[in-house]
Design a protein around this ligand. Structure first.
Ligand SMILES: [Zn+2]
Ligand SMILES: [Zn+2]
Ligand SMILES: [Zn+2]
Length: 163
């Protein structure tokens, strides 16, 4: 959790966020016996280029600089794989992707998204998850997928505005 707070601080050592993410992805792929191909690794690294959610076409543009043959299906297939493994999440409201700093953990996908700097922070809140499941259950609704996205100002941007 403490590590994910880096999303709110421009001054943190982001290279170590990326290095940690790649190490986690390699370990997790080995444990699960899935293949983190060169291309999937590259797409994951591009998603991790910052804490701002990135769109598939921005990923494609960056990828094309390395692989001229890269096409949208290539990127979408890699993203699907990364999402299946929990390494990447899709931010529905932005139609963009963000790296997960805790892929081994049970997930409830709650995101705080700063409208000023664009950084997104994933948080875990079991209380919120239980509340949504109960509210749906009372209406006999079976949830298959959900995400909670809150838009606002991160502490750094809020401070800048106050100053
Ligand atoms: Zn970082
Ligand atoms: Zn996550
Ligand atoms: Zn911000």
């Amino acid at each position: 959790m403490a590590r994910a707070e880096g999303a709110w601080s421009g001054r943190h050592n982001h290279a170590s966020c990326v290095a940690d993410a790649m190490t986690r992805a390699d370990g997790l792929s080995r444990d699960r016996g899935v293949r983190l191909t060169e291309l999937r690794r590259k797409v994951l690294a591009l998603v991790w280029s910052s804490h701002r959610p990135i769109g598939a076409y921005a990923i494609l543009d960056a990828l094309k600089r390395q692989h001229e043959a890269a096409a949208p299906p290539t990127v979408y297939r890699a993203l699907d794989f990364l999402m299946e493994q929990g390494l990447v999440h899709r931010i529905q409201s932005l139609n963009a992707y963000i790296g997960c700093s805790d892929p081994e953990h049970a997930h409830h996908g709650v995101f705080l998204i700063c409208r000023a700097c664009g950084n997104a922070l994933e948080i875990e809140d079991r209380t919120l998850d239980t509340a949504i499941r109960r509210a749906a259950g009372r209406r006999r609704f079976a949830i298959e997928q959900r995400s909670v996205e809150a838009i606002g100002l991160c502490p750094a941007c809020a401070d800048t505005r106050r100053a």
